[in-house]
Structures are given as C-alpha cells and as structure tokens.
Design a protein around this ligand. Structure first.
Ligand SMILES: Cc1cc2nc3c(=O)[nH]c(=O)nc-3n(C[C@H](O)[C@H](O)[C@H](O)COP(=O)(O)O)c2cc1C
Length: 395
C-alpha cells in the first residue's frame, strides 16, 4: 500500500465525510472552499444532503441474499456500479492528476466519468487514461466555434456521450470564492494576489505539486478559432456570454450524432422539453447547490421528473450523495443511475487518484451492504416499495 493509499484507508477514512478534513489540510482554503461551497446562503447545498433523511427504508428481513448485483445498463452501456463520476471543473487544481486520475479510477471500477469543459487536461488524455466509458460535458464558453471543435475532438477521441449542462446561464455567486480571492489568485496582478497568498503558502505540499505541474492550467479543450486556447481567466464572464438554449440543441445534434444527456432538469416541463429535443437521458440536478440558491433538493425534484418522463428516456439524479444509502434512495425513487460530484472530488483533493479509488470503494461497499440489509439482491429490483416518503411528497 502506498503512503497516499494509507492516508485514506480505514480508520483514517471510513466514510466520505472523513475526506473533508484531510482535503482541507492538503489544499489551500480557496481551492477547498471552491469545492466544498455553494451559492449564496448555501441553502440548496445543505438541503441536497439533508433531504435524504426524509426518506426512510422499508426492508424485507429474513431474506437470504446471495450475490448482490450492482450493475446497471445506461446510455447503452453496462456499468458495474449505479453511479457515475459527475463533471467537476478545475479538478486539476485539486490534484495534478485531476481529470485523468478521476477518469482512470472510474474506469478501473467499471463505471463512467464525465469530463467538464472546465478541465485542465486534454480530453484526448482523459479518454486514453480510462478503460471505462467517458462523457464530455459541454459548456458553450468560447462561442460556437470552440464548442464545435471540442465536439469534433470528443467524437474522434471516442467519447461515449455528450452531456449538455443547462443550468449555468451565468455562474451562481459562491460567496466563499469572493472572500478567498479566487478571482485575484487566478487572474489578478501580483499586488492583487498578495493578501490571499498566505493561504497558498501554508500548503507547501500542494504548492510544490502545483508548481511542478506547471502552475495554473489553461483550458485545453476550449480552443477559440483564430485565437487559440482559452485561458483560465474569468470563467464567469465566458459563461455569461454563452448561455445554452434549447435552440442550440439543434446544431449540437448536427455535430454530435451520439447520445446526448441534458444536465440540470428540475421540473416536469423541462423534462418533457428534453424528450421533445430527442435526448436519451436527463440528470435531475441543481448543480450541487452552486447555481440558484433556493432551488429544491435534487431528490425532492426527482419524483416529479420521473412521473413526467414515464420511462421514455433515462433519468439520472445528482446532488448531495455522500453515502451508498443515498444512492439506493434515489434509485428507489426512480433514478436509473446517479452522478456523484463532491463525494469523489473530496477524495481527489485529499489523496489524488488513491482518494478517488477509495471514495468509489466506500460507495460500492455501502451499496452492497445496504442492499443486503434491505433484502434485495439487485439494484435493478429497487423500487418505491423499499422506501417511505413523506406524505407531503404525494402529488
Ligand atoms: C467543484 C465543483 C465543480 C463543478 N463543475 C461543474 C462543471 O464544470 N460542469 C457541470 O455540469 N457541473 C459541475 N459541477 C456540478 C456537478 O457536476 C454535480 O452536479 C454536483 O457536484 C452534484 O452535487 P454533489 O457535489 O453534492 O454530488 C461542479 C461541482 C463541484 C462541486
């Protein structure tokens, strides 16, 4: 076992929450808070996690469960696990291995990885790094030409699906990032950076890795025609200039003939609209509470969307998943699979690839144990009969 693997092995890390203090110790406050925080008062962020307490289990006891099957078939692919790794921008700031490490760990575990447009590694390297399926999450930043370039590259590299995130017409205001000087640290002058440097200098291990990795990464998957690679400057301005609309799906579909997933659906209306646009799956998501604060928890929005979809397309869900029991509850409420964001990103920030491996392992063993305790031998057999939902949820 390597030193890094030991650092996140039991008893240091027994559940996902245990990664947080280790990550907080390893990376600067600005990077930790970027990962950990949400928008405005962080009400939606907290609610995403809290809401799982409202749903309780209805087990079938005294049932002999043999081998437990955790596999699902989504997007035409057989996955060994009912969860995928969600797109997490700036992963390379958390650890130099960043997106490549996360994709490799996902592939090793037999599941998929979704690469954010805001990636410090080239999409070709991410594809080559993983033995599992990889999906490209598209933002239109840099304009249509840049997006078309990324789509063409993703197709050539062999990405399995495109994930279009629709909840980011502008970036949400993440107050911790402002207080920590994230903007100044990324794009400010030396004078502007000075007040925020102590938090970086107090993490020499991270700083050493960061400098050895070449310092601030660019955005190698956002190539603006005639201009070149988009620098990692003010992402917020770039996002605000590139609001995706339903109309954009038309030209996106002309460039990408493969499966398209829409991420960021919270209502029956948007779910139906996505079906009309010919997508194969949607993810019920509030972006991990990082966009509009005051949105409902993803789990709370899931039943409305599942009801509207009526099995016509696949429904994923993301937001607040920290335990295998959370995944099981989402599957019981009709999700075909879930996406995990912070659950693996805390692992990445704590110990690089070894941390992602450990996060996946924790969720996998949680899932297996939970199914056995429920008396259910397969995630495919999970349904509403295994949970109690509050009366107020009944439509
Ligand atoms: C640090 C961070 C960066 C993120 N960057 C992106 C992104 O670039 N694109 C995207 O569609 N979603 C992004 N998300 C949202 C995740 O894909 C996912 O919706 C969210 O993390 C789910 O909530 P959870 O973290 O509670 O699991 C990001 C989330 C985090 C925590």
């Amino acid at each position: 076992m390597t030193k890094l693997q030991r650092s996140v092995a039991s008893p240091n890390v027994v559940c996902i929450e245990d990664f947080r203090p280790i990550a907080r110790q390893r990376i600067p406050k600005s990077v930790f808070d970027y990962l950990d925080g949400g928008a405005e008062g962080e009400i939606t962020l907290r609610e995403n996690c809290r809401i799982f307490n409202d749903v309780t289990f209805r087990p079938r006891h005294a049932v002999a469960v043999g081998k437990v099957n955790l596999g699902v078939r989504v997007l035409g692919l057989d996955l060994a696990l009912p969860f995928l790794l969600a797109p997490v921008g700036y992963s390379r700031l958390m650890h130099p291995g960043g997106e490549v490490s996360a994709a490799r760990a996902a592939g090793r575990a037999g599941t998929g990885y979704i690469l954010s447009t805001i990636s410090g590694h080239k999409l070709e390297d991410v594809r080559a790094g993983s033995t599992g399926p990889v999906f490209y999450q598209l933002y239109l930043m840099g304009g249509r030409g840049a997006a078309e370039g990324a789509i063409d590259r993703a197709r050539t590299a062999g990405f399995n699906a495109l994930v279009v995130t629709i909840d980011t017409p502008v970036s949400g205001i993440r107050e911790r990032d402002y207080r920590n000087g994230m903007k100044e640290l990324i794009s400010g002058t030396l004078l502007q950076k000075i007040p925020f440097l102590p938090q970086v200098l107090s993490r020499p291990g991270w700083l050493f890795d960061y400098l050895r990795d070449g310092g601030l990464p660019g955005l190698p998957n956002v190539i603006i025609p005639g201009k070149g690679e988009m620098p990692l400057v003010d992402i917020n301005a770039a996002l605000a200039e590139s609001t995706p609309t339903w109309a954009d799906l038309k030209w996106i579909r002309e460039h990408w003939k493969g499966p398209i997933v829409i991420k960021g659906v919270l209502t029956a209306d948007d779910a139906r609209r996505a079906i009309d646009e010919g997508v194969v799956a949607i993810s019920v998501s509030n972006h991990g509470g990082r966009q509009l604060d005051g949105l409902p928890a993803s789990l709370r929005a899931l039943p409305e969307v599942v009801e509207a979809v009526q099995g016509r397309i696949e429904v994923f869900m993301d937001g607040g998943i920290r335990r295998g029991t959370d995944i099981v509850k989402a599957l019981c409420l009709g999700a075909n699979a879930v996406l995990c964001g912070r659950a693996y990103a805390y692992g990445l920030a704590a110990a690089g690839e070894a941390g992602v491996d450990r996060a996946i392992e924790i969720l996998r063993t949680d899932l297996e144990r939970t199914l056995r305790l429920l008396g259910c031998d397969s995630v495919a057999n999970l349904d509403r009969s295994y949970v109690n939902v509050p009366k107020s949820w009944e439509a």
